[in-house]
Design a protein. Structure first.
Length: 257
């Protein structure tokens, strides 16, 4: 077994985006790779985004990667270079340079020699329409739905529906939003994501809706117990679980038809 020792260089901790990138790096190798946070005494499969996030790793935490397998030597060399050089960049947004058109100022303003900051117009013209107050659906109605023999099938349909939605958005996005969506897609396709839900259904006999919500609450509670850098991400996780529940509702409706 080979080990890479390092301090977490990520200012915002190991949240979804850098966890996804680290998982992608580790998944290239056949060797088993374990991520260890020594401050938390937490271990995780480095090929699982969700497991990595669950370690609650913060900036400057003492960490290591344990690598064991047929290609451990090559994996150690490549991953060590990634950790030392490029890992910190996984939490930074690469700016896209846009051409800014400078418009001349009126003489009355130009005589004042102001310092100017130019920007890009997000939307030209004036929008006309009806203001609508949007509110999140309450999850309580899904919690009380009893367990069903169809729940396992509905879970697969729900995850497939949500993955399809995210893939569609990925085709339409670029830049930072595409990177974030890729990280979210990686999480819902993580074996641990569905595995935790199946465990709650099998061991605690919860219905699918209740199991999804319980899993959400467990993970968000873990994040909220961390420092602010990770607890701020709990809302993003909550939103993704709401979308999973919504996909479950849609899958159930289609099945009933």
């Amino acid at each position: 077994m080979l080990t890479i020792q390092f301090l977490c260089p990520l200012p915002n901790g190991l949240h979804a985006r850098p966890a996804w990138e680290l998982k992608e790096q580790c998944s290239q190798w056949q060797s088993e790779i374990t991520f260890i946070n020594h401050r938390q005494n937490a271990k995780a499969d480095a090929k699982s985004s969700l497991a990595l996030i669950g370690t609650g790793t913060l900036f400057n935490d003492s960490c290591s990667l344990n690598i064991s397998g047929s290609d451990e030597e090559q994996a150690r060399r490549v991953l060590e270079e990634y950790i030392q050089v490029r890992f910190i960049d996984s939490d930074s947004v690469q700016p896209t340079l846009a051409e800014l058109t400078a418009h001349p100022l009126p003489r009355s303003l130009s005589r004042l020699n102001p310092d100017l900051l130019y920007g890009n117009v997000l939307a030209s013209g004036v929008g006309v329409g009806t203001l609508t107050l949007l509110q999140s659906d309450s999850l309580d109605s899904y919690r009380v739905i009893p367990a069903s023999a169809q729940d396992s099938t509905l879970l697969e349909h729900s995850l497939a529906t949500l993955a399809e939605q995210l893939n569609q958005q990925l085709r339409e996005r670029d830049g930072e939003s595409k990177t974030i969506l890729s990280a979210h897609l990686s999480l819902i396709q993580d074996d641990e994501f569905a595995g935790n839900i199946r465990h709650l259904m099998a061991e605690q006999h919860q219905g699918l809706g209740a199991a999804i919500i319980s899993n959400m609450e467990q993970i968000c509670a873990k994040l909220s117990a961390s420092a602010s850098g990770l607890s701020a991400r709990a809302g993003q996780r909550h939103s993704r679980y709401q979308r999973t529940v919504a996909a479950y509702h849609l899958a159930g409706t289609k099945t009933a038809q």
